[in-house]
Design a protein around this ligand. Structure first.
Ligand code: PA5
Ligand code: NI
Length: 191
């Protein structure tokens, strides 16, 4: 963890892991129950516990006033018709926002509030996305074979509430039914 004013050089599309403090890997097995086509999920997992996405973090104390930042890399692929995606979460401190800056690849951020509003925003290189306080967020790689790489920054005391999404799911899903990426209602969403 760097102390005092410091810089990190992040070149679009070229992540240098040695610059970061932590590396988190999320595999298919950690997404149980999240993909719509559970049979496709089961078959894929039987073959290999694929690496779906990775996060490189710059550590700071998790207290108010600090910021946490890093790089998220969602690999390309699909489970059935549904694109590889992050678990997604609300912040534990619901009233905290986040900024994402897309460095490379193509994708979307799927978002929703506890009150039922939802939004899906395109991510392409140069896009800066503001996720307002109270909005759960999940990044989805809808590109054709490239990693979706984003830089994120959020208040260090925000925390992650994964449980709500794990049990309810997101209201909207991103699928490819032959005509490219489309948003569909999640038939398994539980309010
Ligand atoms: O804080 C964020 O929103 C990001 O750093 C995410 O944690 C990252 O994209 C991985 O997604 P998730 O935390 O939902 O697994
Ligand atoms: Ni977040």
């Amino acid at each position: 963890m760097a102390d005092g004013p410091h810089t990190v050089f992040i070149e679009a599309g070229k992540v240098r892991p040695e610059l970061f403090d932590a590396h988190i890997e999320r595999r298919l097995s950690s997404m149980k129950g999240q993909y719509l086509d559970q049979e496709a999920y089961r078959r894929m997992l039987e073959e290999e516990d694929r690496l779906l996405y990775e996060v490189y973090e710059l550590r700071r104390p998790e207290k108010e006033g600090e910021l946490l930042s890093g790089i998220s890399i969602v690999h390309p692929g699909k489970v059935g018709e549904e694109y590889f995606m992050t678990k997604g979460h609300f912040h534990e401190v619901l009233d905290t926002a986040e900024i994402y800056w897309c460095l490379s690849g193509r994708g979307v951020m799927v978002m929703e509030t506890p009150e039922g509003e939802w939004s899906v925003k395109d991510l392409s290189p140069g896009t800066v996305l503001y996720v307002p306080p109270r909005w759960a967020h999940r990044s989805v790689n809808t590109g054709s074979g490239e990693n979706l790489v984003t830089f994120f920054v959020y208040p260090a005391h925000a925390g992650h509430d994964y449980g709500t999404i794990e049990s309810k799911g997101f209201r909207k899903l991103m699928v490819d039914r032959g005509a490219g990426a489309e948003v569909i209602d999640n038939p398994r969403w539980r309010g």
